[in-house]
Write a protein that binds this ligand. Sequence first.
Ligand code: FAD
Length: 432
Amino acid sequence: MAMDPVPVPSTSTDATAAVVAEAGAWFEENWSPGLSLGEWWDRLGRSGWGFPAWPQAWFGRGLAGSAARAVIAERNRHGAFGPPSGISTFLAAPTILAYGTDDQKQRYLPGIATGRDVWCQLFSEPEAGSDMASLQAKAVRDGDEWVITGQKVWSSGAQFARYGILIARTDPDVPKHKGITYFLIDMDQPGVDVRPLREMTGEAAFNEVFFSEARVADADRLGSLGEGWRVAMTTLSNERDPNNPGLGGGGGSLLGKPDLSMTVAAYQSMQAAEIDAFSFAISGGAGELFNRLVDNFGVSEQPVFRQRRAAIHTDRVTQRWTGQRAKANARGGQPGPEVSTLKLGGSNVGRDLRNLGLQAMGPYGMLADADAPEGGLFHKYALFVPATSIAGGSDEVQRNIIGERALGMPKEPDLSRDLPFSELRVSRRPES
Ligand SMILES: Cc1cc2nc3c(=O)[nH]c(=O)nc-3n(C[C@H](O)[C@H](O)[C@H](O)COP(=O)(O)OP(=O)(O)OC[C@H]3O[C@@H](n4cnc5c(N)ncnc54)[C@H](O)[C@@H]3O)c2cc1C
């Protein structure tokens, strides 16, 4: 039994067929693997076919979910390489589209849509992960600018990033959720110190980022003063959505800064040989690799194995349909709290796939790197899988969101919610 494809609803309306035909003609005329990566992403980004769900005025075609998916399927049919993908496309862009001024959209979206600029997310701090509203990095107004001081952590890809989406405390004298503001910060400046952290995969996906009086213009504030929590929720609901159109781009790596002068063909083969565990886990390539391992090790007919594999398949189908329901409940074009069911479902499927994949390999499951089947890629994925239960909000936090915000159950008690941040114990950490 094959794991793929997961059924996708029919998109056979006349309007969708016309859009798909138009997209197909464009790919026929424009796609070539001999183009440089920079030229291809520039063409694709400016055509609107790279991110068909984005608004027409901003590098998209304004298409609803099923029509956008049909365009992506058409792109795949032509074998065309996908648009850039990364924190820039799946977190920064949807938040800028939702809250940005026209000036901010004009300045930042071209670099994102065409893969020129890599972005990172600067939310988590050593003492503010699940309880992100307790963050301590502060932004102090200085004329037309803000001065940023503090520390962020787990900042994926920050070592390659030109810009960051940053939340910082602008008012310590109001309750913790209310004194936070959202900024778009230039990482390439004195006062920003990025220090990579190495994980058990052997790769350094994360970083600590220290801000010592770094500067950000008030024109780069995203949303109103003190509205950062609400803006950040838009970022996070996109992060929890595995069907996010910016995430499913299929081109580029989540980490790293692509060399835009390479041909697309050369870049694709380099990626296939050197993909990092983080990008691989998010690309959805693990299902395909799992199928190959099952075939190679000849375990598909073993009854217990078949049963467990069928259970994963059922979970994936359920997850896809739940996702569509979550989309149907989207508010103002942004995914609602129901999307947490997808995030949670993705972590469960990842764990099951890891366990069954290692079981399929038998004793070979104990090897690593070049000694292991498939060059050790599945093993790298297996080591990364626990991270999917933490990144973008832990499984426990997703359960809280589903309970409180999707099902309307009573909120978890939080005595600190209504007190000014400056009166909370967390805010009185000694200055270092
Ligand atoms: C792969 C990966 C990539 C990441 N990339 C980024 C990034 O680019 N930028 C960024 O800003 N952050 C990033 N993060 C950080 C991530 O958002 C945090 O790790 C996450 O929010 C959890 O915070 P924490 O690590 O501080 O754990 P804590 O909040 O300290 O949680 C510790 C444990 O307590 C549990 N817990 C906490 N609060 C509750 C509660 N209220 N109810 C029940 N259980 C609770 C948690 O579930 C967890 O098991 C990344 C993390 C990973 C793993």
